[in-house]
Design a protein around this ligand. Structure first.
Ligand SMILES: [Zn+2]
Ligand SMILES: [Zn+2]
Ligand SMILES: [Zn+2]
Length: 318
């Protein structure tokens, strides 16, 4: 048996952190680190990457000091193929969660956490990992095989489909490493057998340099370019013009002029969902963004993306 990957648990509740650690030890993971906040988690993650590790990260959606999106971004910047499993009690359909999934969260773990779910997620990660390790070598073999022995190529497509719920033709070709009409023929055959369903066309963002659709969105502070930020509530005191976080108004007193704030909408207002930079303390209603190609590490802006359209498939019974 090969040794298991390191695991980094980011969880502010010590009880849940301990529960996860116990579960993972049962699955044979021995190198487990637990952090209770975002900033130490980023430090620990960098440390592990410097040691040439590729840790599996369990990230709690709600942390006191840092937005989950900020943590994810910072990790992807250090390691573009970071494997982050998001744990949350929030519905999967929640916009914030959906966005994180689009950004590159690898898997999604529902709270309360069940051992069976955790186990199946880690098994999928291991399967995919062994696949990616062999990827470049396999591309060469498969290219040749596509011409002579189509069975190998078909097995490979099946394997990819088994680890997905929805996947586009572009993405399948990206994972295989080339496009070939036999891929489409095999997908048609699978659809006839009722294993997959065509959902229509899907438009995906592709790298403007290498054309890969394996890209992710990186968020950063418009002022200092740091990806270390959190989402918070601000209060504007009309009398003196002070704007700062709600928590700075201790005992309902303005931190700038020391006057008491009295009536919402009359002498002060609340500004919900503002991004507050943990690095430079500036705040913004919107955060800046660019795209990162996970294949060639090219960085590009939304105006520069290349759009690729291909058929999208739903995997029903592979
Ligand atoms: Zn690229
Ligand atoms: Zn900043
Ligand atoms: Zn004031």
């Amino acid at each position: 048996m090969s040794s298991k990957d390191d695991v980094l648990i980011i969880e502010d509740s010590p009880a849940i952190g301990m529960l996860l650690k116990n579960y993972l030890e049962k699955l044979g993971y021995t190198q487990i680190r637990t952090c209770t906040n975002g900033s130490t988690a980023i430090e620990t993650f960098k440390e592990l990457v410097n040691l040439e590790k590729h840790p599996i990260v369990l990230l709690d959606y709600m942390l006191p000091d840092m937005d989950a999106r900020s943590i994810l971004t910072q990790m992807l910047e250090v390691q573009p193929n970071a494997r982050v499993v998001l744990e949350t009690a929030t519905e999967k359909d929640d916009e914030g969660i959906k966005e994180l999934i689009r950004l590159g969260v690898y898997q999604y773990l529902e709270k309360p956490i069940r051992f069976e779910n955790l186990k199946s997620i880690f098994e999928t990660i291991e399967k995919e990992q062994s696949f990616f390790e062999k990827e470049s070598e396999q591309v060469k073999i498969l290219k040749e095989a596509a011409e002579e022995d189509q069975i190998k190529l078909y097995d490979h497509i099946d394997f990819i489909l088994k680890s997905a719920k929805q996947i586009s033709l572009n993405f399948i070709e990206q994972l295989i490493g080339f496009s070939d009409k036999s891929i489409v023929l095999h997908l048609n055959e699978l659809e006839k057998q009722g294993k997959i369903i065509t959902l229509g066309d899907k438009k995906e963002i592709a790298c403007n340099q290498c054309d890969s659709v394996k890209t992710t969105q990186i968020f950063y502070c418009p002022s200092c370019k740091s990806s270390n930020f959190r989402l918070g509530k601000l209060v504007e005191h009309y009398d003196c013009g002070n704007i700062s976080e709600e928590s700075t108004y201790k005992n309902d007193k303005c931190p700038n002029c020391d006057k008491e704030i009295k009536a919402l909408g009359v002498d002060y207002r609340l500004m919900q969902n503002h991004y507050i930079c943990n690095n430079c303390s500036e705040f913004f209603p919107e955060i800046s963004t660019y795209y990162l190609c996970l294949k060639c590490e090219n960085k590009f802006k939304l105006e520069e993306v290349r759009w690729k359209t291909s058929k999208n498939f739903k995997v029903v019974n592979m």
